[in-house]
Design a protein around this ligand. Sequence first.
Ligand code: ADP
Length: 223
Amino acid sequence: MNKMEKQTFAVIGLGRFGGSVCQTLADAGQEVLAIDKAEARVNDYKDIATQAVVADAQDEDVLRSLGIRNFDHVIIAIGEDIQASILVTLMVKEQGVKYVTAKAQNGYHAKVLEKLGVDRVVHPERDMGVRIGRSLTSKNMIDYLDLDSNFKMAEILITNPKFFGRSLAELDFRDKYKLNVIAIAHSKSEMNLPAADDVLGPRDSILVAGPKDAIDQFEDLMN
Ligand code: ADP
């Protein structure tokens, strides 16, 4: 993680999501400008962010005076106020920021943000809901992550005896199941990088990445 080059970030909106992004970036030693129109929120981040300012980001002059266009990455984390989120996104894009991440409240909001050219639209509540829901509804799915609309990552418990005692090379995941094995955990221990001669056993789980259908089909084999 620490290999990432130092970049400059601005986080607009310090609710639960924006605040958590701000804290994580600061912990990683990145330069972060934290902006919120609510003074109390800004006070919470004044010792965490590189700079924390009380400002209404809907004001174009404010964005300009903060030099928003000079930041490498701007995160728009305005939650409830969809209109403000859209307006701020429009202005941030117009000012030519290279990379913009914005939080969507719902599907319509996401569509508008995409149309405005947002580089990455995130739906934290929905994504976390899917992640938890998948792991609750399938007994062998330990975790599930949406990487793209059709590309997912999942940790799956190996319960089908057909897989026991066979090596990853022999099982040929890439060709047979259209999946990449990213990590393997033997007997519920920690995840490790997989090796071709790693042999699967009854309490092992594997972390795989691949198209949604491939993950679903593989998971079905475990039920
Ligand atoms: P979350 O669901 O992530 O907690 P919230 O909607 O509670 O999101 O928080 C969004 C934050 O964005 C709030 O702290 C709010 O004060 C801030 N905010 C909303 N509109 C603006 C704006 N125009 N300029 C700056 N900050 C804003």
